[in-house]
Design a protein around this ligand. Sequence first.
Ligand code: FAD
Length: 475
Amino acid sequence: GVAIVWLRDDLRVADNAALFAGSAHEAVLPVYIRQTASPARPRGAAAQWWLHHSLEQLAARLEALGSPLTLLSGDPFEILAMLVVRFNASAVYWNRSYDPARSAADARVKSCLTSSGLRAVSFPGQLLHEPTRLRTGGGGHYRVYTPFWRALEAGGEPRPPQPAPERLVAPDLTVASEALSDWKLLPTTPDWAGGLRDGWSPGEAGARARLNEFLGDGIADYAEGRDIPSVDNTSRLSPHLAHGEITPAQIFEALAGAETPGSDRDELVFRKEVGWREFSWHLLVNEPDLPRANHNRRFDAFPWAHSPVALEAWEKGLTGYPIVDAGMRQLWKTGWMHNRVRMIAASFLTKHLLIDWRRGEEWFWDTLVDADPASNAASWQWVAGCGADASPYFRIFNPILQGEKFDPDGAYVRAFVPELSKMPAKFIHKPWEAPRSILSEAGVRLGRTYPEPIVDHKAARDRALSAYNQIKGAA
Ligand code: FAD
């Protein structure tokens, strides 16, 4: 009979277990459902832009394989039940979502479909191992990365990725697909997506090309170079992973099979970064409140400041700290920010500005093309000091020294903060210390062309530490 394949965050045809199972049927109907009342957090604007283009690519690929993608909006259970009747389907397949906001609804769909005599099967999703499988000696979930990684490595080879189906047979009947353009996922006015279009190729083919490029070149010196934001030394696979255009199993397989210019250490460090994504999902599955609640409940009493003006300066990249501003502008312009700078910018928000990490998490959620419920929440909590295996709160990044260490010649700042492009390297991370003559030669007028620092580093640091002291002793 006909199989219905329900696609969600798995916008690919290779290593797609649900689609592969569907391809063994007489006919298969791939469907993507836009949930009008989703139990999960709605995608942010940048991720919606990505989704539009990714669906376009997927639809073209499925059509070429023989069974076009059907787009529908509404409640997934009602739509799937309608499709089952209409196509007289014998099976519904999908790949598991590990988002706790969705798994309860998925379980309901499964039991309803199964009770009407159907094969309703969910397949392992886009993690190397099922996140419930790895357990500490005490039976709980891991809260510290290193033992988690060891367990992951000891957990045996991840399942090998599945090939793409060679051909799909479309059912004889059809159901009218909605038009993607009607979903209005793209920005209209203002069209802020120019930088996204320039920098990214959403879709499975784009993901593959990105991986090949990274393995062919970018991975050389990754272990050190991954910390230098002006150098294109990281894979930039994150938005492709977030939309399921590629899986970690495919990445690990390609890495094992390729002759790369990277050293063993480069490869290990890269694999361990992909491992952080697994760890974040492991945390989210076991702590569903991770995007909202402090992992360390002591932080519930933290005296966060209410500062809408400072928050807006941070969002716009106008804090007067060049490395922070460069990062925030890279994010706005390209939908992505280098990991080192994410850490600096997030630390600045939660410590220098004393603003609740959840405000930063929300901004990232809306502006990142790789916005991911697990990695975003876990990373914000990690930086803020309230997370599992967190960097301690009192470790406060100095944005000047961080800039000087990781962007020594200022190339990254120059790329994203053009007002400072003529500043000599010596002062580019602290323009307020530059003598007048140097400022005027560089065409910089502090407070006019580029802001004065929004807070004084030393005073902000003292304020953060005394705020932390207020909760330190609490249980
Ligand atoms: P690479 O260095 O090439 O790493 C390869 C892959 O490993 C990445 O694509 C990603 O899937 C994974 N990875 C790498 N570092 C981390 C990490 N620290 N935590 C989890 N996974 C990691 N990553 C997201 O995918 N989505 C987010 O919403 C997100 N929010 C973040 C928020 C903050 C405050 C911070 C500090 C980090 C956040 N990260 C997030 C993690 C990390 O910054 C990005 O995954 C990374 O910069 C993506 O670039 P890349 O693909 O070139 O990384």
